[in-house]
Design a protein around this ligand. Structure first.
Ligand SMILES: [Zn+2]
Ligand SMILES: [Zn+2]
Length: 238
């Protein structure tokens, strides 16, 4: 056997035993989506506001919320993201969204899956943040719906289908607080009433929290009693 044939045979054999690969470093894996080293090196959030999930420099007393939540109490009960939107999570989520690297969706979807039972045990429906139909047509898929897929499959929870994004909004980045609120005003609409008490909004990144506020407001107005939010990553406050 020539050298190239030996390498090809060896790599096919390796693929047989290690059919998966780490989405961060590409290392062959027998199962799963992250190798142990990349998984432990992920930028996990540690000290956060227990209401909005914002990363904090120092812990707050039990039951206390961050200054944003005190000044403008959010309509959702609790928002949480286990990761910071920094390297390599930012690159992976951008690749999912803008380069159609859809293999990131089951990887990060399964990463947030345990939180469904651990932190949001009493939710009775899931709602991936809807994309505006125009953006959906351009992108071809909704990254929040793709991330939500493992949660839906494992939990069997229904996905809310009667809430739409009705305004084609510009990205929130670079806008001040008032601009963000204006940008997202009346961005969502529920058709008819909601038959769920505690929906869980699922998203890829919580950037400013304004999308979650608007969507939670829409869900409460449509009949939900409480709304919670679970995202993969949380932007680090400037
Ligand atoms: Zn790795
Ligand atoms: Zn907060």
């Amino acid at each position: 056997m020539k050298g190239k044939q030996v390498i090809a045979a060896a790599s096919s054999l390796l693929r047989l035993f290690l059919p998966h690969s780490c989405v961060i470093c590409g290392l062959g894996l027998a199962e799963g989506h992250f190798c142990a080293a990349c998984r432990s090196d992920l930028p996990w959030t540690s000290i956060v506001c227990e209401c909005c999930g914002k990363p904090l420099a120092v812990p707050l007393p039990p039951g206390a919320h961050c200054s944003d939540c005190q000044l403008h109490p959010p309509p959702f009960e609790k928002a949480f993201a286990p990761l910071l939107y920094t390297f390599p999570v930012d690159g992976a989520l951008k690749a999912l969204k803008f380069q159609r690297q859809l293999f990131h969706a089951p990887a990060f979807g399964k990463l947030i899956l345990p939180l469904l039972a651990e932190a949001f045990g009493d939710v009775d429906a899931l709602l991936p943040v809807p994309l505006h139909p125009r953006r959906h047509a351009i992108r071809g898929f909704n990254q929040a719906a793709e991330l939500c897929r493992p949660l839906r499959r494992k939990s069997g929870l229904p996905v809310i289908g009667n809430v739409r994004r009705v305004r084609f909004t510009r990205p929130q980045t670079g806008l001040d607080a008032a601009g963000r609120r204006r940008n997202m005003k009346a961005a969502f609409e529920a058709r008819g009433s909601l038959h769920f008490r505690h929906p869980l909004v699922v998203d890829d990144v919580i950037t400013t929290g304004e999308t979650c506020r608007q969507l939670a407001g829409t869900l409460l107005a449509a009949g939900a009693e409480r709304v919670s939010v679970l995202a993969v990553a949380r932007a680090v406050p400037a």
